[in-house]
Ligand binder design. Sequence first.
Ligand code: ACO
Length: 321
Amino acid sequence: MAVRIIGTGSSLPGNIVDNRALSRFVDTSDEWIRERTGIGERHISTGETVVSLSAEACERALENAGRDAGEVELLLVATCSPERNIPCAACQVQSRIGAGKAVAFDLNAACSGFLFALHTACAYVEAGMYANALVAGGEVLSKLVDWTDRGTCILFGDGAGAVYVEKADRGGILGYVQHSDGARGNVLTCDTRGLKNPYADFSLETAYIQMDGREVFSFAMRTVPAGILEVLEKTRIPKEDIDLFLLHQANQRIIDGIARRLNVDPGRFPSNVSRVGNMSSASIPVLLDELNRKGALKEGMKLALSGFGAGLTYGACVMEW
Ligand code: ACO
């Protein structure tokens, strides 16, 4: 039995911030940001939340699939920037879209989150526990970023993407792999508010994203090609048969470097990072939705998806569209 994406959706805040706007409050330039990252602009929330963005993306995915929210059996939201610790974002999305029958919970694997959630949904559906799932990746990273730190605030954007999957007779997700390396987790972190109770006070004034950019870069260059080759070997599909490689949109230099390492034409690596920046778990589903809506995904095409990020985590899957 196969698990197939039937519909996609996405939602981005209306406020678009270009590099020149950033250079008004940190010492940076459009040239520096474009040259190092390929990013030209990003969408930054003026009030949109992980829940509002994810709910809109989910509604659009359902509409695209021609399905009703009441039919959804499993609803997963991948996020590392929810507004609330409890209830989880997925339960709030469930309530907003009226998916009353669904079991809903969140999953945090940072930039690998959407793929890990998609694989989780697949495993549930393959096991026969649920017949379908809505899987969203939503982030408002702008609230986790230190807007005085030019090394990180230029990288990230806000948004959400979602897919609706169902069991199918053929095609769909052909195989997946995922890995975690917690021992190297300190290269990319964001703390919560700390411990404060009558017995201890380790409260933090700030809880911002901190990153060793060079380490993250070399982690991505090493693990992403390996993860893609692993899933290709597992599914016995040669890389030449993959029509498109959809990577987590961390930055253009990483995407180009991975294409080079795999010795694959960079034209087969679609990218939207110049317009939306790095949206962590939202990156892959937003890109997928953009491609789907412009008709770039034809039935029978083979896609390789790869996510990588904090944890450290990385994973990949291959699907037939
Ligand atoms: N504008 C201008 N100068 C800057 C900026 C900026 N926005 N940011 C840093 N600099 C300066 C630094 O201060 C430093 O100056 P110095 O030499 O005087 O000390 C100089 O530029 C070089 O800084 P580096 O941090 O060494 O720059 P690097 O070439 O490594 O580029 C970057 C930084 C773009 C973050 C790079 O390391 C990278 O792409 N890393 C990958 C990390 C990534 O994409 N993370 C995304 C989140 S994680 C994920 O999604 C998986």
